[in-house]
Design a protein around this ligand. Structure first.
Ligand code: FES
Length: 142
């Protein structure tokens, strides 16, 4: 079995799919190599991520990792969401095949891109807080 049960579950029943029309931050990242695109919407109140939705035009692993990433940041503070690594998402999914690790990077970067947008809208330079988004080898930000 190439994929764990958790991956199959999040692929078949992705959590938090959709969009938030009055989102406080929206991030879109794409992987130049595979052409997959991920869009993340955040509703933030008092520094807490109250709601999160995503849309992924991509592979099954990208869908499963974005689904898991949204579950892991929902109800958390911005600081906690910023600490979310693709490694933690992969661990929560009980593993991904090596060729699919880059898909989890897309999920991590989408969260960071949405938080960057949140700070930019507030007139705050996001770079010192969020870091450079899309600096992984195969990703680039739109
Ligand atoms: Fe592109 Fe998975 S193959 S994100």
């Amino acid at each position: 079995m190439l994929y764990t049960e958790k991956v199959m579950d999040h692929f078949a029943n992705p959590r938090n799919v959709g969009e938030i029309t009055d989102a406080d931050g929206v991030g879109e990242v794409g992987n130049a190599k595979c052409g997959d695109i991920m869009k993340m919407y955040l509703k933030i109140k008092n520094g807490v991520i109250e709601d999160v939705k995503f849309k992924t035009f991509g592979c099954g692993a990208a869908i499963a990792t974005s689904s898991m990433a949204t579950e892991m940041i929902k109800g958390k503070t911005i600081g906690e969401a910023l600490k979310l690594s693709n490694k933690a998402v992969v661990e929560a999914l009980e593993g991904l095949p090596p060729a699919k690790i880059h898909c989890s990077v897309l999920a991590e970067q989408a969260v960071k891109a949405a938080l960057s947008d949140y700070y930019t809208r507030l007139g705050v330079d996001p770079t010192p807080i969020v870091g450079t988004v899309g600096d992984c080898e195969a990703c680039h930000v739109h």
